[in-house]
Design a protein around this ligand. Structure first.
Ligand code: SF4
Length: 231
């Protein structure tokens, strides 16, 4: 199957009852500030270069962010932080990501969500994570042939990356490398290529409002990814 086939299949997935209800309820209920806008209210696909050097692994779309705009990290505060930093290090052509027709473009970079539908409180269950995992595996298998770096947002993204890359045939270090901001681990692709896993605190408001994640901290990790992408 091609990436287009995969994206078409993901966009109509209804495998998780609770998440299907939530993504659609949010779309019907709509936060007052977005009341006049159409909501996507469906699973969101990966976005960016189909053969990227850098893959960014997020958790799941935000109810009024990706679930509204249909594009990952688009139209919410986490996305504002992430894109401003991606732009500063040269991996995005604009500093904002507002809506699907805003002209934003990722440079040698692709973004994927580990779980494709918005979960209540941004917390998917373990069952929901496992139900969605085959979509991630199929996408990674299709897009990872030129990969040099994987930026994992939060420990959830880190653990998901370790699982999925092992399953698609990469050598993954044992014991499991520990997540932390700035943590690195080297994975070896079936063709011998080294791919560096980079840990970053998630640019959630919980982390950015409290100063746990600062702009220089995020720029350092994404800048490292950009320099690996230039190899
Ligand atoms: Fe399907 Fe994944 Fe959405 Fe569950 S979270 S309904 S598996 S796309």
């Amino acid at each position: 199957a091609t990436l287009d086939d995969l994206e078409a299949a993901i966009s109509v997935c209804r495998a998780c009852d609770r998440l299907v209800r939530w993504r659609e309820d949010v779309a019907v209920g709509k936060r007052a500030s977005f009341a006049g806008e159409p909501y996507w209210g469906r699973p969101i696909g990966g976005w960016g270069d189909p053969h990227p050097s850098v893959l960014i692994m997020g958790l799941a779309p935000a109810a009024n962010g990706g679930n509204r705009t249909g594009r990952i990290f688009t139209g919410d505060r986490s996305g504002d932080w992430l894109f401003a930093s991606l732009h500063r290090v040269g991996l995005a052509v604009q500093e904002t990501s507002l809506h699907a027709g805003d002209g934003q473009r990722l440079v040698r970079t692709r973004m994927v969500a580990t779980v494709r539908c918005a979960p209540p409180d941004n917390k998917p269950t373990t069952d929901e994570r496992d139900t969605c995992a085959p979509w991630l595996h199929r996408e990674v298998a299709l897009v990872s042939d030129r990969l040099r770096a994987v930026v994992c947002l939060g420990s959830y993204g880190w653990d998901a990356a370790l699982r999925v890359f092992r399953e698609v045939g990469y050598d993954v270090p044992r014991p499991k490398p520990r997540f932390g901001h700035g943590a690195e681990a080297v994975l070896v692709a079936p063709d011998g290529r080294e791919v560096v896993l980079l840990g970053s605190y998630h640019p959630s408001q919980q982390n950015t409002f409290t100063g746990k994640l600062t702009e220089p901290m995020l720029d350092a990790v994404l800048g490292r990814a950009a320099s690996l992408a230039a190899l």
